[in-house]
Design a protein around this ligand. Structure first.
Ligand SMILES: [Zn+2]
Length: 101
C-alpha cells in the first residue's frame, strides 16, 4: 500500500479518491474522520490521506492526480491590483473586487 495524496480538505481528498477509483484502481481514504479529535497529534498527521492498495498502481494514481490538478488550476489568475489568486470562474477579484482578468 502506498499513500498518493493528502490534503487538509476532506472534500478534495474524496474527489481524488473518486477519480482514481473511476479508473478501476483499488483505493481507500485514511484519517477521514480524524479531524476534530486531534489530542496530541499535530494537525498535519490528521489530514485525510488517499492510499492505493497495490504499490504497482502508484504511478498511475499519481498521473491521475497530476492531471486533476492541472485542470483545476489551469485558468487561475492573479489579481493585478492586490496579487491575490483567483479561480477561473471568478470574473472579478474575490478580495478587492477589481476586474483585473
Ligand atoms: Zn484583487
Amino acid at each position: 500500500m502506498k499513500r498518493v495524496y493528502t490534503n487538509e480538505s476532506r472534500f478534495l481528498v474524496n474527489n481524488i479518491k473518486d477519480l482514481i477509483d473511476a479508473q478501476g484502481i483499488p483505493v481507500f481514504v485514511k484519517n477521514e474522520y480524524a479531524q476534530g479529535a486531534m489530542g496530541e497529534i499535530s494537525p498535519f498527521d490528521c489530514w485525510p490521506e488517499v492510499w492505493v492498495v497495490n504499490d504497482a498502481d502508484y504511478e498511475r494514481a499519481k498521473d491521475i492526480i497530476d492531471r486533476a490538478h492541472q485542470n483545476q488550476y489551469a485558468d487561475d489568475w492573479i489579481c493585478n491590483h492586490c496579487r491575490e489568486q483567483n479561480a477561473a470562474s471568478f470574473d472579478i477579484c474575490w478580495n478587492c473586487q477589481q476586474e483585473s482578468k
